[in-house]
Design a protein around this ligand. Structure first.
Ligand SMILES: Nc1ncnc2c1ncn2[C@@H]1O[C@H](COP(=O)(O)OP(=O)(O)OP(=O)(O)O)[C@@H](O)[C@H]1O
Ligand SMILES: [Mg+2]
Length: 301
């Protein structure tokens, strides 16, 4: 987490208070250019508040924010023009066609007149909406609307794209479509900051995951690094009647084994370190969810 000119996003000592509530509590985060960073945290961790400070929708109480070299809030207009934002909620005008919406945004984002048509065609292509260019939003499926939101964010070829919970509440097929689009951005070297509370989303898409809890970044690394550091290589899942699991939980605590309740089972993390002491159970590779729970103490949906 070093600073420097290679970072598309720099947050230093960010605090955001709402009255007596501190939503963001001294957050430091750097996102190097070309990296897809997943901001992963449980409900209420402060992810959306952080994203809203980046998009200029709300001001930080303390700290400094730099986006593509533009300091906020003084240069928030320049920052906004240089990046693309995919909002969580669909705010598209249902009366307009895909092409009309993209043309309007091309103009708003100052794409030169002579290049607008090509920019619209390109954005339609990225979002795989070429065949729907002249369909009004009202007649698009949910997945198509989401893809149009991404196309709209990309109309001016931003080098930085922010997505707040890009797939929350979407059905699996639409989620998959969005993931393909985000993976494409990543492959093109666009810097992506995406907040999510879906482990799988972070695991699949992010080069780096920053785990957020209670308004701070509590761990950062590649998914594999986080798993190794906080859950080890192997997990043993022990299934059994509740009383047995409760007894085993007490034993795990006594012996200092890192563990968590995982549905009907007790999961013992770092199981490769236990040798002969290990309880009998199903061994499986540790995953990012194990690391997340170990770090935040929260189960996730
Ligand atoms: N406008 C506001 N006024 C008062 N409190 C707020 C406001 N916005 C957010 N908060 C509080 O700040 C904290 C962080 O909220 P935030 O929405 O940033 O969390 P989040 O990590 O995005 O959670 P989720 O996963 O549920 O979307 C919460 O306690 C929330 O109630
Ligand atoms: Mg949120």
């Amino acid at each position: 987490m070093t600073g420097g000119p290679g970072n598309a996003i720099e947050l230093r000592g960010i605090v955001k208070r709402f009255g007596s509530l501190t939503a963001v509590a001294g957050l430091d985060l750097s996102v190097p250019s070309g990296v897809c960073l997943g901001l992963l945290g449980p409900n209420g961790a402060g992810k959306s508040t952080t994203m809203r400070m980046l998009t200029g929708q709300t001001l930080a109480t303390e700290g400094s924010i730099t986006l593509l070299g533009h300091a906020l809030p003084a240069q928030s207009k320049q920052a906004r023009m240089a990046m693309g934002v995919v909002p969580q909620l669909d705010n598209l005008d249902v009366e307009l066609t895909c092409r009309q919406i993209l043309s309007i945004f091309a103009r708003l984002y100052r794409v030169p007149r002579s290049e607008r048509e090509a920019a619209v065609t390109r954005a339609l292509g990225i979002a795989n909406l070429g065949a729907r260019a002249d369909t009004v939003v009202r007649d698009l499926s949910g997945g198509m609307r989401r893809r149009l939101l991404v196309a709209r964010a990309l109309i001016h070829r931003p080098r930085l794209v922010l997505l707040d919970e890009p797939t929350v509440g979407l059905d699996p097929q639409v989620r998959q479509e969005l993931w393909t689009l985000i993976a494409g951005l990543r492959a093109d070297g666009v810097t992506v900051l995406m907040s999510t509370h879906y482990i799988e989303e972070a695991e699949r898409l992010a080069d780096t995951v920053a785990v957020m809890s209670a308004g701070q970044i509590i761990a950062q690394g590649t998914p594999a690094e986080l798993v190794r550091a906080h859950a080890g290589r192997e997990v043993i899942e022990v299934y059994g009647p509740p009383a047995e699991l409760t007894a085993l939980t007490a034993e795990a605590s006594r012996r200092g084994w890192s563990h968590r309740r995982s549905g009907p089972a007790l999961a013992i993390l770092n199981a490769e370190r236990l040798d002969g002491d290990a309880p009998a159970g199903v061994r499986r590779p540790a995953n990012l969810e194990d690391a997340f729970v170990a770090l935040t103490g929260e189960e996730i949906e």
